[in-house]
Design a protein. Structure first.
Length: 345
């Protein structure tokens, strides 16, 4: 279902959509340069390594994980937009190994262009997902805006010893990806009227599947690092892992899962503007010759993408089983190598 009859399509009101709206990694780094401050001793994870969330140690048994994520519509159905945005925001909690506890809504809506019922459906979609995750929406903030924007502030808890950062991978670790790539390509195809019903269904199913495995994966001693693949694409987020740990990575082209429909659309030249920006940011770290289609896929901005896990070879089977038990279809896509921080194929 889309918005009310006579209303514009949600995606037509936004200049971008989903995590493709994110600033490119190099632009973000330039903006944040020199803005860091000394962290209090109990702020045990901050923005220093571009991790997925901040973490505050409460005591020896408990740490609070806090994050926020919001974006413009990636689909036209208001209820599904709310679900996708909430799933995506909660993913950062799972990527740190935490369990969500509650959330706050962020809503910026063009009130004169969208009716009350459409906005209510966006909020309801987010509420339903948050409740499913055990993180009910306890409040929030709203403004009148030119473009529709929705997301959550999400909070979770984790034992301080079980936090999984994006900067602690080790050489020899196996790399596991929890969801296929191609959501950004699907979104671009939707705007152009090229997305099939089957591919739309696959997109909704993936982007509304919570990354619950992260909470369980944090309890495996062999899991050394985690992040989620979102707006910077697979290569962008893997580059953050490599830089943070001072290690390299080797990817298996054929092993990286891609939605069948996304692969076909990419071969037709369907892409997002963000994939080019992502490639420009990460290409200095990539030691491989990639054709244009491969660059578009590996740099495709993922909205509510999969967890990227670095674990010891001995823990890989258990990690894969945890993913499968939660309805995910994970794949081993490569391994971490010794430094320098480069990505090879």
């Amino acid at each position: 279902m889309t918005g009310m009859i006579g209303e514009p399509r949600l995606t037509s009101l936004a200049h971008g959509g989903g995590c493709g709206c994110k600033l490119a990694p190099n632009v973000l780094s330039e903006l944040l340069a020199g803005l860091s401050s000394p962290a209090p001793k109990d702020l045990i994870v901050d923005a220093a390594t571009s991790d997925d969330a901040a973490v505050w140690r409460v005591n020896d048994e408990t740490a609070i994980v806090a994050t926020t994520d919001f974006f413009m519509p990636v689909v036209d159905d208001p209820y599904e937009f709310g679900r996708i945005a909430a799933t995506n925001a909660l993913s950062d909690i799972y990527a740190m190994g935490a369990a969500p506890i509650f959330s706050l809504a962020i809503a910026a809506m063009p009130v004169g262009k969208l009716c009350t019922e459409t906005i209510r459906r966006i909020l309801d979609g987010g509420r339903r997902v948050a409740e499913e995750a055990g993180a009910p929406v306890a409040g929030g903030h709203s403004i009148d805006s030119v473009e529709p924007i929705y997301g959550l502030v999400a909070l979770g808890v984790v034992h301080p010893d079980r936090i999984k950062r994006n900067s602690t991978a080790k050489p020899g670790d196996v790399l596991i990806l929890g969801k296929p790539l191609g959501v950004g390509i699907f979104s671009a195809a939707l705007k152009k009227g090229l997305l099939s019903e089957a591919d739309y269904g696959a997109m909704i199913a993936s982007t509304t599947r919570l990354n619950r495995p992260g909470t369980e994966l944090a309890r495996l001693d062999g899991v050394h690092a985690m992040t989620d693949v979102t707006g910077f694409g697979l290569l962008g987020h893997l580059a953050e892992m490599c830089r943070g740990a001072g290690v390299g990575a080797r990817l298996d082209r054929a092993g990286v899962p891609v939605f069948d429909g996304a692969g076909r659309l990419a071969a037709m030249g369907v892409r997002t503007g963000a994939s080019g920006r992502n490639w420009a940011s990460v290409s200095p770290m990539v030691d491989a010759s990639l054709d244009e289609t491969e660059r578009d896929i590996f740099c495709d901005p993922q909205t509510s993408g999969g967890l990227l896990v670095a674990c010891s070879p001995g823990a890989a089977a258990d990690a894969l089983e945890i993913f499968r038990r939660h309805g995910h279809e994970p794949a081993v896509i490569g391994e971490m190598t010794g430094g320098p921080a480069r990505i090879r194929f």
